[in-house]
Design a protein around this ligand. Structure first.
Ligand SMILES: *Cc1c(COP(=O)(O)O)cnc(C)c1O
Length: 382
């Protein structure tokens, strides 16, 4: 435990004296010809590449290289690279929006940078200057600004990634790395209005994250265990998996879960979300929803939520809302939860006032229509 805790603080032995990532060394090489823009309505999440990407590499003897923004192109990597063999791969998910002032904005990006550094530390990947990476992401967004559809609910999804590129099969921390950032235009995750409620299938025979594991970090390897169960759930007619470990609810697919409970006395509701016990990814959206609710006078309780409790609340007609959140979907309400062992579905008939209010508040802050604290950060000065 202590060993990787110190790695998380970026104190990687032996490589702390090489040059850190320096945004002022950025070179920009623009593409000779620009790609045609697809019609926004035709966008499928994460499938369109833009004209440029950002690339920086780490070598243990020379440190972080001069960052480059250059034409989007395949990477060339040694087949022995650590990322292919030992899954040294971490990433972030962020979005850039166009505000009413025509400026590109990021949402609480320093939270993503801190989480990226924590994820890299957990994989024993080299530390980096978080502010420098954020500066570079703002430059990339400014260069790719024409790709942000200026339509409500549309944005540019940003995927900062760090992979281990140590080219050797001997199992060891990767002392070489590549940090790259790509962007892709995205539309609303759910196109119908009002959005169709999501159906979940409770799954406890497959496990996404376990105590002492890596579920609290954004590592590529966390997503593999969900691929097959997700396909099985889809075949049974459910949109997503509800991950349950020993009766305890953790997340749904790759989204954080909130539950709205009617008080027994009938005087309002309580909102709860699973506590960050190491199996839950600490979402920026989760944190923001908690803070927005608190501002409105609703304290969210972070505690264990069990399937036994959800079933009991449903039977007492006190299970008011279950909703999911993450950068990609923002907020989505759950309509039903398929129970294991042929017990049928828990049905949430609606309405969903808490989820609706949170979705609206988040979107208007993200799109710069409402200023709230320093959550919306402008990218460009033009
Ligand atoms: C990224 C992610 C989330 C959502 O995090 P946000 O910062 O809100 O986008 C939730 N759960 C998992 C497992 C994730 O990977």
């Amino acid at each position: 435990m202590a060993a990787w805790k110190s790695l998380q603080n970026g104190s990687l032995e032996g490589i702390s004296r090489v040059p850190d990532l320096d945004a002022s060394k950025l070179t920009i090489t623009l593409a000779n010809s620009l790609k045609p823009m697809p019609a926004p309505e035709s966008l499928v999440f994460g499938s369109v590449s833009t004209d440029h990407m950002l690339v920086v590499s780490f070598d243990p003897s020379t440190g972080w290289s001069a960052p480059e923004i250059k034409p989007y192109a395949p990477l060339s990597l040694d087949p022995m690279s650590s990322c292919f063999q030992y899954c040294t791969s971490v990433f972030e998910g962020m979005k850039a929006y166009i505000g009413p002032d025509g400026k590109a904005r990021l949402f609480r990006p320093e939270k993503n940078m801190a989480r990226l550094a924590r994820s890299a530390g957990r994989c024993a990947l080299p530390p980096f200057n978080e502010n420098a990476v954020l500066t570079l992401i703002k430059r990339l967004v400014s260069v790719e600004k024409r790709w942000i559809p200026a339509l409500e609910g549309y944005s540019l999804y940003i995927r900062p990634t760090i992979i281990g590129t140590r080219a050797a099969l001997g199992l060891a921390p990767s002392d070489h790395a590549l940090l790259y950032v790509l962007v892709t235009p995205v539309g609303p995750f759910f196109r119908q209005t009002p959005a169709k409620p999501v159906s979940l299938l409770a799954v406890s025979d497959s496990v996404r994250a376990w105590p002492g594991g890596t579920g609290g970090h954004k590592l590529g390897l966390n997503y593999t265990p969900g691929l097959l169960p997700q396909r099985v759930a889809a075949k049974k007619g459910y949109d997503q998996i509800l991950w349950v470990l020993d009766d305890v609810v953790s997340e749904a697919g790759v989204m954080n879960v909130f539950v709205v409970i009617k008080r027994e006395a009938g005087d309002g509701v309580d909102v709860v979300t699973p506590e960050l016990d190491g199996t839950i990814l600490p979402g920026v959206t989760r944190m923001s929803v908690m803070e927005l609710l608190q501002k409105r006078g609703t304290q969210v309780a972070e505690r264990k939520v069990t399937m036994t409790e959800l079933k009991a609340l449903s039977a007492q007609r006190r299970l008011s809302e279950v909703f999911l959140m993450g950068t990609a979907i923002i907020v989505a309400s759950v309509g039903r939860i398929g129970l294991e062992g042929g017990e049928g579905d828990l049905v949430l008939p609606g309405p969903t006032p808490v989820a609706d209010a949170m979705k609206k508040s988040l979107l208007e802050i993200q799109e710069g229509r409402v200023e709230f604290e320093d959550w919306s950060v402008i990218c460009d000065d033009d």
